[in-house]
Design a protein around this ligand. Sequence first.
Ligand SMILES: [Ca+2]
Length: 88
Amino acid sequence: MIILIFKVSNDEKKLEGIHGSLQLIFDAIDSNQDEAISSEEFGIYFQSLGVSDNAFADVIFNEMDSNKDGLLNKHGLIDFLFKKNTIQ
Ligand SMILES: [Ca+2]
């Protein structure tokens, strides 16, 4: 859930901090360290946060997976967060 609370900011120092935090979060979710987050890894991350409903994780993953290749890379994650997207 942490990745969903970032707000877009134009403050350079805040942006640097956000990017650093994103790196840590991305690495934590990317359990096999292949520089891509699969829907399975994303689901496991949500389960670790106490969200047992995989459908919720799947909805968010599909919104973030803009090119629909079944994987999230760091650029895709950052693009999603900085486009002020909302999940409905
Ligand atoms: Ca991975």
